[in-house]
Design a protein around this ligand. Sequence first.
Ligand code: NAD
Ligand code: UDP
Length: 333
Amino acid sequence: MLLGQRRILVTGGAGFLGTHLCRRLLDDGHEVLCVDNFSSGTRRNIDVLLGNTRFEVLRHNVTFPLFVEVDEIYNLACPASPVHYQFDPVQTTKTSVSGAINMLGLAKRLKVRILQASTSEVYGDPAVHPQTEDYWGNVNPIGSRSCYDEGKRCAETLFFDYRRQHGLSIKVARIFNTYGPNMRPDDGRVVSNFICQALLGKDITIFGEGLQTRSFCYVTDLIDGLDRIMNSPEDIAGPINIGNPNEYTIRELADKILAITGSKSEIVVRPLPEDDPRQRQPDIALAEKLLGWRPTVELEEGLRYTIAYFETLMREHGKGAAGSMKLQRSAVR
Ligand code: NAD
Ligand code: UDP
């Protein structure tokens, strides 16, 4: 191994964020072991990395113990889209909780640093706005989003208990809505749904009145934030919010995507899913102070890159071909 080069495990490495992270780590000269069970990730995402001799893939479910030798762990394995995490909610909780126990156990045996990809969902439907890290959240423990929200909350607990009890070096990033290339067209999250609908000339499905808000972070900014947290001094464990503080209503997002694509799609209203948070905006003062991090890509610019990605994907599949249409239909709840 070269000086400064590390062998890094990325669980969930074939997913949307995982692929970008693997690429970034390879670009930085590290060896990467991508562990994924391909439940919501795709082989297409990592195809381009397979030619790199420093990149390895292992099909494995993190709810089972893993015995490998690495210098650092990013724990990203977990479906992130409501459509995917509600498909098999018991497995989602197991992935967050048993997955965290297994990866923390691995980190403890190897005495290596481990980062948890946590989420703004730990704040639930927040009563504090914007959300600061010291806010404990407003989460329904028994609803259809709970498998994800409570699973991620329990994982945070485990991370901090391993730190207190075993002196493990941990980092917890609370990730807010992130978008960009390599999202699946059938991912079901709002940005990919609206873009695919606009490009295919299908109705844009707004859930509820569309007055709920989200703050969208472009993926390269997010990856830079994760890298900074992982490489921060030992005393910084987090949790630290990583997200773009510019807040938009879902209706504003739809209008922007229609304007950029020039699509003639109609906006239609669908029922609001249970426990859908009404507002979400990260307070990123801590990330700015401790990591010198703030996002640099504005929504319109990031949407243009993402739209270009989906246009390419649709050209590959043939626009309007049964494949893309089928994917798109299954994305709409
Ligand atoms: P994604 O669904 O695209 O990727 C998750 C990856 O984990 C997939 O490749 C999937 O196959 C894999 N996976 C799921 N369960 C697994 C298991 N039991 N064993 C092994 N692999 C498994 O999601 P993403 O957007 O890339 O999110 C990555 C991480 O970041 C998740 O932990 C998610 O909770 C967190 N996060 C993402 C966002 C976002 O906006 N993208 C926001 C908050 C938090
Ligand atoms: N949403 C929508 N239409 C869609 C998909 C999502 O109006 O086709 C809404 C959804 O109800 C939520 C917001 O967009 O209010 C963000 O949803 P997403 O699933 O992307 O993420 P999350 O709810 O986890 O923030």
